[in-house]
Structure formats: structure tokens, C-alpha cells
Design a protein around this ligand. Structure first.
Ligand code: SF4
Ligand code: SF4
Ligand code: SF4
Length: 207
């Protein structure tokens, strides 16, 4: 059997999860382990199934309809007049194809969008829809390639992991600083018992 890396190299890297796994690599690992058939990737469709069959020596199968159907390439479009700038569509995008900040209108970069649909459900005002990529020609004549998708997905994951590390470091630094303050106070826990002026109970106004 081929390795998960070899199988993953044949997958479209949209990370859409339609195969029933959390991304292309987990699906590739399941195929390599003999735990999943090769016909569960709608974005890859018949061409990917054929390539997987050649690589693994397994028989060609029809795409499993339980995982979707092979469709013309699509991209997401945001109705910018309806967008409330909540930014909930940003984190789910595996390839960072959406730009925008809090309380500002958001936009999809057509050249990067894989049409994975992962941004649609989180939108609270349903202002994201899929349209055929062909309606954007010639600005975006072809879908992003798997290698580009993988590179952008890995860069996104590295950024998320780096932010998580920064947050952990900041939290630990603050905890240490708070501990140092307590240990330096005269009675150990006196600082914790002090009440600052803004928290002190207000005295009732006199008659
Ligand atoms: S592109 Fe295919 S293999 Fe990758 S997550 Fe989507 S369905 Fe699964
Ligand atoms: S913009 Fe939406 S549909 Fe396009 S790649 Fe990002 S999450 Fe997927
Ligand atoms: S989730 Fe919807 S409303 Fe919120 S920023 Fe994205 S497109 Fe706009």
C-alpha cells in the first residue's frame, strides 16, 4: 500500500472535510491504513479516484454519493451590503481567502478560494453564497492548485499555533508576575486583601 504522504499528494487540498475526515491528510492516512475507500473526495472527483487507484492498486470506484457529487468549480462571494463585519467567516477558511477586520465589510479573494464552503455556515446573516468560478473569468480563470492550497493551509496552521504559543507564554508571564507581587508584599497575602480605591465600597452620602 502507498504511504499517506503519497496519497495526500494526489488530493486537492481544499480541506473541505466532505470525505468525512478533518482534512486531506487525515483522509489520506485512513486510506493508507486500509480504513477508508478511495472514492470519498468530491472535489477530486473521478480524476482523483483514478489517480488513487493507480497509486494504490485498488480498483476504480464511482464517487460515493453519500459524500457529495462532482460539480463545476465554485467560489464563495460575500454580499458586501449585507455583511456586518463580525469576522466569523475568517477562522474556518483553510486557505486565508477572506480579507476583512472586525466591523468592516469582508471580501473573498477569488484567486485563492477553493469553494470548500466552510465559511458559509458560520455567517450569522447568510450573506455568503457559492457561484460558478466561470462567472469570474477572466479575473480568476482557474482554481488554485493543490500545492498552493497546501502551502496556504500549512501557513495558516503555523500562524494559529504560533498565536496559541504566544497566548500561553503571555498567560504564564502574567501568572509569574502576579505570584512575584504576592510574595513581595509584607504579609504574603496582604496584597490580595488590599482593596483599591475604585473597588472600595462607597460610603452612603450623609443626610
Ligand atoms: S479535498 Fe477531498 S480529501 Fe481533502 S478534505 Fe475535501 S473531500 Fe477530503
Ligand atoms: S472563502 Fe469560504 S469557500 Fe472559499 S476557501 Fe475560504 S472558506 Fe472555503
Ligand atoms: S461571517 Fe458573514 S457577516 Fe460576518 S464578516 Fe463574514 S461575511 Fe460578513
Amino acid at each position: 500500500m502507498a504511504s499517506a504522504t503519497e496519497i495526500d499528494a494526489l488530493l486537492p487540498q481544499t480541506q473541505c472535510t466532505r470525505c468525512g475526515y478533518t482534512g486531506c491528510l487525515p483522509y489520506a492516512q485512513a486510506i493508507a491504513a486500509g480504513e477508508a475507500p478511495i472514492n470519498q473526495c468530491p472535489p477530486g472527483g473521478a480524476a482523483t479516484i483514478a489517480a488513487l487507484a493507480r497509486l494504490t492498486g485498488l480498483p476504480v470506484l464511482a464517487l460515493d454519493p453519500e459524500h457529495g457529487s462532482e460539480e463545476p468549480d465554485q467560489i464563495a462571494v460575500i454580499d458586501e451590503s449585507a455583511c456586518i463585519g463580525c469576522a466569523r467567516c475568517l477562522p474556518p477558511c483553510p486557505v486565508d481567502a477572506i480579507i476583512g477586520t472586525n466591523r468592516r465589510m469582508h471580501t473573498v479573494l477569488a484567486a485563492l478560494c477553493t469553494g470548500c464552503e466552510l465559511c458559509i455556515a458560520p455567517c450569522p446573516v447568510d450573506c455568503i453564497r457559492l457561484v460558478p468560478r466561470s462567472s469570474f473569468e477572466p479575473a480568476s480563470p482557474r482554481p488554485p492548485q493543490a500545492a498552493d492550497n497546501r502551502r496556504r493551509y500549512e501557513a495558516r496552521n503555523q500562524r494559529i499555533a504560533a498565536r496559541a504559543r504566544q497566548r500561553r507564554t503571555l498567560l504564564e508571564t502574567r501568572k509569574r508576575a502576579a505570584g512575584d507581587l504576592l510574595s513581595q508584599s509584607p504579609s504574603g497575602d496582604a496584597a490580595a486583601n488590599d482593596t483599591c480605591s475604585s473597588c472600595a465600597p462607597r460610603s452612603e452620602p450623609g443626610p
